[in-house]
Design a protein around this ligand. Structure first.
Ligand code: BT5
Length: 262
């Protein structure tokens, strides 16, 4: 289906990062829709330049997408991708309850990190004097199909933990690429974000629960109330609602141990 819609595929054995390769292609004129997929990455990364451990057998894929709508709504694409990834995981594992989406960009399996989404935007020349610059999105998706790293500060898990019928990276990708076309159709350049948001919230980890959000300069605690019409996290705190654009979420308030904060 994705191919029928004109989505092309560049499949690589190894690359530093599919997002970085996508960026280089955009810089030389690529406008998508194009998937860049690699069997392994040597310099995969997450948000804020964090490392993304990318052993062979896992899924590493980035979609180059332009003409999706106004630049301001580009952050919504992370939620579109999350919904698509969740649909693909459920379809390929016939599993209904194990997977969850963790704000803003994590894929969870039974609470452990299974994958992540890295959304980046590149300003590109259009060659049109009336609108010379356009935003091209790179939607990067990594899923631990075969192997998950150990020794992280939180638990990571691989899809193989669902059993012998777990999809390999190729099968998951074929569902994911179709699911993303469908989710983009539902989103309709932002007009359908309410439906994407509803579906995202249906599978949201920690919704209604006490959480802790680490921001660059502070950590805030409160109840995860919802996400708003633009995808910001709304935290209910004793001093009122806080809207958070980006941060790292973990469950529960910091435990207060005798004698101080644990
Ligand atoms: C993410 O970042 O979760 C987004 C990851 C996106 C990866 C894809 S793969 C295809 C494309 N090309 C790229 O170069 N990137 C994208 P963030 O929320 O910042 O989480 C990063 C953190 O997750 C790291 O600091 C580690 O703690 C942890 N981590 C690293 N590798 C992991 C893995 N394979 N599985 C689970 N957690 C991992």
């Amino acid at each position: 289906m994705a191919r029928a819609r004109g989505v092309r595929l560049l499949a690589l054995e190894s690359v530093d990062s599919t997002n970085d390769e996508a960026r280089r292609l955009i810089e030389t004129g690529e406008r998508g829709p194009l998937w860049v997929v690699a069997a392994r990455q040597t310099g995969g990364h997450g948000r804020l330049g964090r490392q993304w451990i990318s052993p062979p057998g896992n899924l590493h894929a980035s979609l180059v997408l332009s003409d999706f709508g106004a630049t301001a709504i580009a952050p919504q694409l992370g939620f579109v991708a999350g919904v698509a990834a969740l649909r693909a995981l459920r379809a390929t594992t016939e599993d209904v309850g194990r997977f969850a989406l963790k704000w803003p960009n994590d894929l969870l399996i039974e609470g452990a990190k299974l994958g992540g989404i890295l959304l980046e935007n590149v300003s590109a020349q259009t060659g049109d004097a009336r609108a010379p610059v356009a935003s091209v999105a790179i939607i990067g998706i990594g899923v631990n199909c075969a192997e998950a790293p150990k020794g992280l500060p939180f638990e990571a898990r691989a899809l193989t933990s669902v059993g012998p019928n777990a999809p390999d990276a190729a099968r998951l990708f074929s569902h994911l690429s179709d699911a993303l076309v469908e989710a983009l159709d539902l989103w309709r350049g932002g007009e359908g974000f309410a439906q994407i948001r509803d579906e995202w919230l249906k599978h949201a980890a920690y919704l209604g629960a006490p959480i802790r959000v680490e921001l660059p300069r502070e950590t805030i605690e409160g109840r995860f109330a919802t996400i708003d019409a633009t995808g910001r996290l709304i935290l209910a705190t004793p001093s009122g609602e806080r809207m958070v654009e980006a941060g790292d979420v973990s469950l529960g308030p910091r435990r207060i141990a005798a004698g101080g904060v644990a």
